[in-house]
Design a protein around this ligand. Structure first.
Ligand code: SIN
Length: 486
């Protein structure tokens, strides 16, 4: 049985909530209580903001090389403990251990990437308007930052925000999802062990976001809020953040089209589809939600998808041969069921799965079988809303023009994928898709060095690459005048 951290990490020490309240963290695979942890409210959050504000100037003034060293050290400590952390992550979130390991490895890559970027936050000297003047633009840390992170990637979403913020010289408060707070506390511990000064990172767990978000959003000392989650909540944060003009970095909902043209390499398209659809049981913002297949190959491609998804083992993520774990909670399974039921009622056919698995072993967990739906149309709920589950709805199309119009017909614009062997089409479709991230013959778009993010209602800002630092740095223009020559 793993030991879990249970207290808030504020000002470099582990503390109970001021109220003394706790909340339960549940294992989604069997509904059991893993542990009870501190349940913060607004007073705890204010304490964290006070402490972050106190630490901010010192951290911003710490030489970039030293910030970089601490980031690398934290990543090294976490890597040495990765099997234990992966176990904690699987217990609280459900995903298979191999995926938990992959998530943490990818997240730590962000810490190392930003450790390097910290050393390269260059300014610029621009030709000036006169011989006695110089124009200089420098980058400075924006200030106290807050990361509000989701339950689908309990480690990754913290590490990619934290790496960028700390590298830029910003103190950060992490408010993890109430469903998956345990990995966040472990991350706090790694950074403390790496020598991060007190107050530069704080982890504040709370069962009710509304209790602490008011304290975050109304406090003018908080300059950046980086949020990954639903578009609905992102809009609320935008409204609330406007009163103190906070910078918001928002990675919100998606409804990714996955287009397979008749000239595609079908083996490759299938591999990529399975990996992007089934990663985290379909609970990702970049999951393939609308699988458009050109009519002439639809039957053959569907047959292959059915064969692959039907052979995937569903079960506890801690078992080594399991590929599909539980969904996060009962509400998630209900949503998947309602999307499938609506599709069937409106004429779709279940070609695989379509139900909860039977048997006593999985009865207390939130499981749903990998599912393929055919005959899906744009009028069904599944064509409009994110399902966030292991369901592959197959839509047929005839022409490139038609499928681009249908793919773009969404308020979301996070990720899109398409597969073709035609070089001209590769360029044409890449440019025509109204999405922040496009996988052209690629379903594996996640990369630390790339600018990940959405357009339209999928968000604002980019995470990763050198762009990832921009949300945490201000550009200051200095006009130097009155210079004289000897
Ligand atoms: C997600 O945000 O759902 C996926 C993020 C990633 O793969 O980088």
């Amino acid at each position: 049985m793993a030991e879990y951290l249970t207290k808030l990490f504020i000002d470099g020490s582990w503390q109970d909530a001021i109220s003394g309240e706790t909340f339960a963290v549940i294992n989604p695979a069997d509904g059991s209580e893993l542990v009870r942890i501190a349940d913060a409210n607004a007073e705890d959050m204010l304490k964290a903001i006070d402490s972050a504000q106190k630490a901010q100037a010192g951290w911003a003034a710490t030489p970039a090389l030293e910030r970089s060293r601490i980031l690398r050290k934290a990543a090294e400590i976490a890597r040495a403990d990765i099997d234990r952390l992966a176990h904690v992550l699987t217990m609280e979130q459900g995903k298979p251990l191999a995926q938990a390991l992959g998530e943490i490895t990818y997240g730590l890559d962000f810490i190392e990437w930003f450790a390097e970027e910290a050393r390269r936050t260059y300014g610029t000297t621009v030709p000036s308007t006169g011989p006695d003047k110089r124009i200089v633009a420098i980058k400075q840390a924006t200030g106290v930052s807050v990361a509000i992170t989701p339950w689908n990637f309990p480690a990754l979403q913290i590490l990619r925000k934290l790496g960028a913020a700390l590298a830029a010289g910003c103190a950060m408060i992490v408010k993890p999802a109430a469903l998956t707070p345990l990995s966040a506390l472990e991350i706090g511990k790694y950074f403390a062990e790496a020598g991060l000064p007190d107050g530069v990172l704080q982890v504040v767990t709370s069962s009710r976001a509304s209790r602490v978000s008011e304290a975050i959003m109304s406090d003018s000392r908080v300059r950046v809020v980086s949020f990954t989650g639903s578009t609905e909540v992102g809009k609320v944060l935008m409204r609330e953040g406007s009163t103190t003009m906070k910078r918001l970095a928002l990675e919100l909902g998606g409804h990714a089209p996955f287009i397979v043209f008749e000239d595609a390499d079908l083996d490759h398209a299938l591999e990529q589809l399975i990996s992007v659809k089934m990663r985290n049981m379909g609970q990702t913002c970049v999951s393939a939600n609308r699988i458009f297949v050109q009519r002439s190959i639809a039957e053959e491609f569907t047959r292959r998808v059915v064969e692959r998804l039907s052979s995937m083992k569903v079960g506890f993520g801690t078992e080594s041969d399991v590929e599909v774990g539980p969904l996060i909670n009962a509400g998630a399974v209900d949503k998947v069921e309602s999307h499938v039921a609506d599709a069937i009622a409106n004429g779709a056919t279940v070609a695989a799965g379509g139900k909860r698995p039977s048997g006593a072993a999985l009865a207390n967990g939130h499981f749903y079988e990998p599912t393929v739906l055919t005959g899906v149309t744009d009028e069904m709920i599944i064509a409009r809303d994110e399902t966030f589950g292991p369901v592959a709805p197959i839509f047929e199309f005839d022409t490139e023009e038609e499928v681009i119009e249908r793919a773009n017909n969404s308020p979301f614009g996070l990720a899109a994928y398409f597969f073709t062997r035609d070089v001209n089409r590769l360029v044409r479709v890449s440019e025509a898709l109204e999405y922040g991230t496009v996988g052209a013959n690629d379903g594996s778009i996640s990369a630390v060095q790339a600018p990940f993010g959405g357009v339209k209602e999928s968000g604002i800002g980019r995470e990763g690459g050198h762009w990832g630092m921009d949300d945490y740095m201000d550009i200051k223009y200095i006009s130097l005048a009155g210079l004289t020559r000897p």
